[in-house]
Design a protein around this ligand. Structure first.
Ligand SMILES: NC(=O)c1ccc[n+]([C@@H]2O[C@H](COP(=O)([O-])OP(=O)(O)OC[C@H]3O[C@@H](n4cnc5c(N)ncnc54)[C@H](O)[C@@H]3O)[C@@H](O)[C@H]2O)c1
Length: 363
């Protein structure tokens, strides 16, 4: 049988992470060809050609050229790897033109825009996947399974601490491009992962934000500590820090800790390992890390296998981007309103929705 034609892929934003994702796409055994790429910095396109080992893709360099890239290249799919705020324009145009979309996190900033994009994706019957790679990490997958099986009983509380030596480099330090500083950047992974593992929705957030990094004030939100509530009466503490001196220390730039407390026991992680603790027996177990057969390795793998109809389940559909956008918006609003408790239901009312609507992937 003859090989199927390669998937025709267009790249929007070919910086650090775009290049990594495009390399993974171009090497995928099911056949993906990067046929067009846009970046406002032409050096990034030269670098992409070097990394891919081919330069016969069509190049665009204007800030609005993503439209030409989409209109002129008979594409099957695009990847959006630009700064956070323009994700909205880039993803929307691609979906309007009936393309499948792989989008870097956070999908789209703000609940209203995120829900609009999720609905558009559903209406167009396209594949939209968010690059939240923790959905493919065995320890988090295991935690989700254990919680579903009731291993720690009904979940009551959780705690998340994430610290990264993050000073708002380049566009990340510009509010109009970053859309919420570190709370919306690396923080978004943790808003996502807790909602995914527990299979819950955010109810409220109440907390404080500051913009300091090593004594200097950034223009964007650098640090925050929040008391949050999820559905089913679960409460949690989320702490996101940028003011974490680490660059000077080998392997010192990033640290995280996630703990989940249930009625019968607890789940926590050390490195790539997952542990449970049973309150009755006071015994700790290191849980074996197993992967279900056919579970994709990454969002890129999931996306390509869906395009090729080799798997049917999208492990990070756009609805997760909407849930995270809502959660993050509540946290940011609270921080900006002096620690006032922000109800997610109120944000959703402004968007013409109810919390339960976000349970439905096909909103
Ligand atoms: N999943 C992860 O763990 C992870 C890690 C890092 C970054 N990211 C995400 O990847 C995305 C990009 O981040 P990055 O670190 O690669 O940043 P980056 O600055 O290295 O790349 C962004 C690129 O977009 C280009 N760009 C900006 N505006 C454009 C426009 N209008 N049209 C075309 N190109 C444009 C820039 O020139 C730049 O090359 C962000 O959403 C970020 O959060 C995800």
């Amino acid at each position: 049988m003859s090989e199927p034609k390669p998937i025709r892929f267009g790249a929007i934003g070919c910086g650090g992470m775009g290049t990594v994702r495009l390399q993974e796409l171009a090497k995928h055994p099911l056949g993906v060809k990067i046929v067009a790429a846009v970046d406002i910095n032409p050096d990034r396109l030269d670098n992409l050609a070097k990394v891919l080992g081919y330069n016969d893709f069509k190049r665009y360099t204007g800030p609005e050229d993503y439209k030409k890239l989409i209109d002129e290249n008979d594409l099957d799919a695009v990847g959006v790897f630009t700064p956070h705020v323009p994700h909205y324009d880039h993803v929307k145009y691609a979906l309007q033109k009936s393309l499948n979309v792989l989008c870097e996190k956070p999908m789209v900033c703000g609940a209203k825009n995120a829900i609009e994009i999720t609905k558009l994706c559903n209406k167009q019957k396209k594949i939209g996947i968010v690059h939240y790679q923790r959905h493919f990490e065995s320890k988090f997958m295991k935690a989700r399974d254990l919680i579903k099986q009731g291993r720690i009983g009904k979940v009551k509380e959780f705690y998340i601490y994430m610290a990264q030596d993050w000073n708002g480099p380049t566009w990340r330090g510009i509010p109009e491009l970053c859309g919420g500083g570190q709370i919306n950047d690396s923080g978004s992974h943790y808003q996502d992962i807790i909602l995914w593992m527990l299979d819950e929705l955010p109810v409220s957030a109440e907390g404080f934000i500051d913009n300091y990094y090593r004594g200097k004030k950034l223009k964007v939100e650098a640090n925050g500590s929040f008391n949050v509530e999820l559905t089913n009466g679960i409460t949690g503490r989320i702490i996101i820090l940028s003011d974490y001196p680490g660059r000077e220390i080998p392997y010192g730039s990033f640290f995280d800790e996630v703990r989940i407390i249930g009625e019968k026991g607890a789940i926590y992680f050390r490195g790539s390992k997952i542990f449970t603790y049973d309150f009755a027996t006071r015994a700790e177990y290191e849980e074996p890390l197993t992967r279900p057969e056919n579970y994709p390795d990454s969002p890129v793998d999931n996306f390509v296998k869906m395009l090729r109809k080799k798997v049917r389940i999208n492990r990070v559909p756009f609805i997760f981007g909407s849930r995270v956008a809502l959660f993050t918006e509540a946290m940011l609003r609270s921080g900006h309103e002096g620690g006032k408790k922000i109800l997610c239901e109120k944000i959703l009312k402004e968007c013409g929705h109810k919390l339960e609507d976000l349970r439905n992937e096909n909103i």
